[in-house]
Design a protein around this ligand. Sequence first.
Ligand SMILES: Nc1ncnc2c1ncn2[C@@H]1O[C@H](COP(=O)(O)OP(=O)(O)O)[C@@H](O)[C@H]1O
Ligand SMILES: [Mg+2]
Length: 245
Amino acid sequence: MMATETTSATPILQVKDLAVSYGHIEAVKGIDLTLNEGEITALVGANGAGKSTALLAISGLLKPQRGQILFDRQDLTSLSPHKIVQSGVVQVAEGRATLTTLSIAENLALGAYTRKDKTNIAKDLDWVYSLFPVLQRRKDGLAGNLSGGEQQMLAIGRALMAKPRVLLLDEPSMGLAPLLVQEIFRIVQEINRTGLTILLVEQNVRQALRIAQRGYVLETGKIVLADSGSNLLNNPKVLEAYLGG
Ligand SMILES: Nc1ncnc2c1ncn2[C@@H]1O[C@H](COP(=O)(O)OP(=O)(O)O)[C@@H](O)[C@H]1O
Ligand SMILES: [Mg+2]
């Protein structure tokens, strides 16, 4: 193992020996992940490696066969998805999943459905609109009329409206044109700079590891490498398998 950076990192979310199956196919085979508070942690791997399955289990949308999900000393493992969102762990689903027949403003309001702190909701809406000016310009328009990149922004904005303490992002750059990919990675960093902890699932391995303090490489349901983002970027195995030599 190469030396990792010395930080005063505090774990905020820990996944221990997580295993998730579909019928008798085990998609996630006992993985351990630690997210440090305020950091971006990347979870990278090929299509089918089990990244989304792991995120869905953390969000409570899939029931694990075994293992534990600990968040800020609370055990999330058997909580409902709703309670998990309320506790502060919020996922942006793969493929955007905005409500296309509702307006942008309505989609964002729905993100805050578990909250009661009205003043802060208004502040967070201003913040989301400052992150994504296009959403403000088009706030009364239907979400269904947004481009793919704009829908991804709306999906992220909606998750932020839930006031997460940990944001789970499932391939935010998927299917976007190169310029928009840059824009999404820039915004992920900007969100992180407010202190928000992020678990970033990506197939865009180079970009994800560039902005992540730590990274994990998942292969067919198992973590095969765990290191700092910069060490992983220079790891010969990562270079060969994911970065075209
Ligand atoms: N709903 C499902 N039913 C059965 N198998 C699934 C289902 N979703 C995913 N899988 C399988 O689980 C494995 C992991 O998938 P997934 O977590 O989506 O990987 P990734 O997000 O890394 O691309 C794959 O072999 C996939 O075919
Ligand atoms: Mg996936």
